[in-house]
Design a binder for this molecule. Sequence first.
Ligand code: AMP
Length: 445
Amino acid sequence: MSRPKAKTSKITKPLKTTRKKRCIQTLRGMRDIIPSDQKYWRYLIKICEEYAQSYGFEPITTPILEERALFERSIGQGTDIVEKELFSFCDLGGDNIALRPELTASICRAYIEHGMVNLPKPLKLYEIGPMFRYDRPQSGRYREFHQLSAETIGSPEPIIDAEVIALSYSIFKALSIPVVAQVNSIGSQETGKIYRKQLLNFYKGKERQICLTCKKRLKTNPMRVLDCKMKMCQELSEETPQIIDCLDPESKTHFMKVLEYLDRFDLPYTLNSRIVRGLDYYNRTTFEIWPEKEAGRKASALGGGGRYDSLIEDLGGRPTPACGVALGLERILAFLRAKQPDKIFSSDSYDLYLAHLSELSTKKIMKYFDELRQAGFRVAYNLAKNDLRSQLEAANKLKVKYTLILGQKEIIDETLIIRDMENGIQETVAGQKIVIEMKKRLFQN
Ligand code: AMP
């Protein structure tokens, strides 16, 4: 049988490639914060920083990469975060390192490493930055996400627990997002041991009524079964014994005081015995911040935290009680985008638009731009455009109050036209007086 002849002509000719190159996209579970989201994002970060600082928290910045052992020893080896979700690898020097999945451990490491033990207590530290967890991406759950973490180190007092919850409430109030704190106490390590036994007894013979992951959790970290999002597991967990009934007397008193403070601060809360948190280092108070409207079992928390009195000692420091909160910024951002009217954010983006009508005005426009910017105005302009209509449209979109127009005549006369964008009234002023004129209009009422 003869073989079909190869079509040599096409092979020998250089290939004309018309095929498009593959577009590289963000990694699964990672997101860009694109310019249209930035106004919300920056506003959110500004509010978080303002409130953290007004509650007396000082900023700290820790590295994104840490020794893997830091998370194994703090969050715990049997936890989902460490067992399944750590982005970890050996670096070129052979060290086992990990991208941080949360901030509490890093902040405590820094506290010990830099001898902050000698600073006045309680020491309040906050950090905002990216976290990494190799979780299954879905709405509100990413592989890279950001948190505000606020940690109070060095006080065992219940008022501190109430204060970190109060900080969370203040932030959500400033963002106009109604929330409810779900609070619980998991007591001491001893309580945990007793409760785990009770849980295991409860689930004995009921293994077929829970999901596969929870079956494994019963062996590694039984309390995690209570956090499971699967319907079958949630239904059964309604009948489990309550951890609050196992509390040791000191933890009980501590918890009652936390609730008293929350009442005193007028902060609403729901007692929720299922808030046990999946990390090993927590003791006593644990809480989550849920959006008010979704305050059901399936709510996706906007934040969470609690007390961790033995973590610093476990990491090699002196025994130091502490308590903190972490807010998830992406989830809050989604609320902000959905709820807030655009103008709240865009109205303070720019004060002025500088419009120009010819190539010749480029140099002059830069001079005015510098002058106005140095005087404190936020000025928008677009050198690529020189027809007035499209520049006025752009100015309208940015919702600026005034557009300054620089045409041929104005360059020669050394003047500028001030156009009031609300009523279209225009006035010509001397170029040297532009800063004074604009201050009069924008800052003096
Ligand atoms: P956690 O450290 O798990 O207690 O999380 C604190 C907060 O961070 C949560 O309440 C969420 O708002 C947010 N968060 C946790 N994991 C993720 C994730 N994978 N993607 C987005 N936000 C998250």
